[in-house]
Design a protein around this ligand. Structure first.
Ligand code: KIV
Length: 266
């Protein structure tokens, strides 16, 4: 099997809608650069997400808040070059859609026109439903993001959302609002499994879970978590680490240094 995918069977919004109807699970992984995009796309996942987790995972910030539209464009362009089959979704960064709907449409449009994305993702529910509708009316597919929404970390803290009945009801209403506004899918991050199952059953668009249990229509993970790129930090509860790539890279780099110093390379 080839490491890199061909362009046949390209994933479209119709493929994604069909998977919801048939109950086939959807798979989503992040990429921020060309080689990772080649590998992620080659794995056969349905969607490659240029998440604004870029800020922490690739740029060394401690949150997603400093990520700008220019940074997202730069990285989306690189991921575009390596993504042939999967649907390419780019995150709308902090302040690129919250100020007003006109700015939101322009920034979403840039991610498609200049970045080469097929769709955008933004955070929020009822509060951003009108903005989602405007972006979709401009011909731009939108994925919504509910639950723990990292751009609101200062308001929410990093913890499970929707645990109390009132908050759970609000999240269900938010999910219905983004579907009604035209979103084609919704990420559910860090919410109770039972609530994710309830939202999944209530919606006709697919739910993509991260720390939201097995009942979602699909799952998303940050690729660097899955491959164990960062040995310096603990494995998060919702992550399964399928490899320890960071340790292997560190071993190779140390060996190179030792072999140059000892004269055994070149
Ligand atoms: O930015 C990101 O990587 C995300 C995923 C965690 C869903 O939003």
């Amino acid at each position: 099997m080839s490491t890199y995918s061909d362009t046949t069977n390209q994933i479209t919004l119709a493929t994604i809608a069909q998977k919801k109807r048939t109950g086939a699970k959807l798979t989503v992984l992040t990429a921020y650069d060309y080689p990772t995009a080649l590998l992620v796309d080659g794995s056969g996942v349905d969607m490659v997400l240029v998440g604004d987790s870029l800020g922490m995972e690739a740029l060394g910030f401690d949150s997603t808040l400093p990520v700008t539209i220019e940074m997202m464009l730069h990285h989306t362009q690189a991921v575009r070059r390596g993504t042939r089959r999967a649907l390419l979704v780019a995150d709308m960064p902090f302040l690129s859609y919250q100020v007003n709907a006109d700015e939101a449409v322009r920034n979403a449009g840039r991610l498609l026109a200049e970045g080469g994305a097929n769709a955008v993702k933004l955070e929020g529910g009822t509060a951003v439903a009108a903005t989602i509708r405007r972006i979709v009316e401009a011909g731009i597919p939108v994925m919504a993001h509910l639950g723990f929404t990292p751009q609101s970390v200062n308001l929410l803290g990093i913890r499970k959302q929707g645990k109390e009945a009132e908050a759970a009801n609000r999240l269900l209403a938010d999910a219905q609002a983004v579907q009604e506004a035209g979103a084609f899918a919704v990420v559910l991050e860090l919410i109770p499994d039972t609530l994710a199952a309830q939202i999944t059953a209530a919606l006709t668009i697919p739910t993509i879970g991260i720390g939201a249990g097995p009942q979602c229509d699909g799952q998303v993970l940050v690729t660097s978590d899955l491959i164990g790129l960062r040995p310096d930090r603990p494995v998060l509860k919702h992550v399964r680490q399928y490899a320890r790539v960071g340790e292997e890279i560190a071993r190779a780099l140390r060996t190179y240094k030792e072999e140059v110093e000892s004269g055994s390379f070149p």
